[in-house]
Design a protein around this ligand. Structure first.
Ligand SMILES: [Zn+2]
Length: 51
């Protein structure tokens, strides 16, 4: 899915926590705030929806 090197530098845009990949849902999940970010074509989409 994603390389370990890439995962190491990816952090949650909200709380800066590291992200954990969910291979089943194809998302990156923040362990701190619980936000999930989709991965499209191997590229993580680290965007936060405007409230
Ligand atoms: Zn977070």
């Amino acid at each position: 899915m994603l390389s370990n090197d890439l995962l190491k530098i990816l952090t949650c845009p909200v709380c800066k926590e590291t992200l954990q990949p969910d291979e089943v849902k194809h998302v990156l999940q923040c362990q701190l705030c619980g936000l999930e970010f989709p991965v499209k074509d191997g590229i993580p989409i680290l965007l936060v929806d405007d409230v």
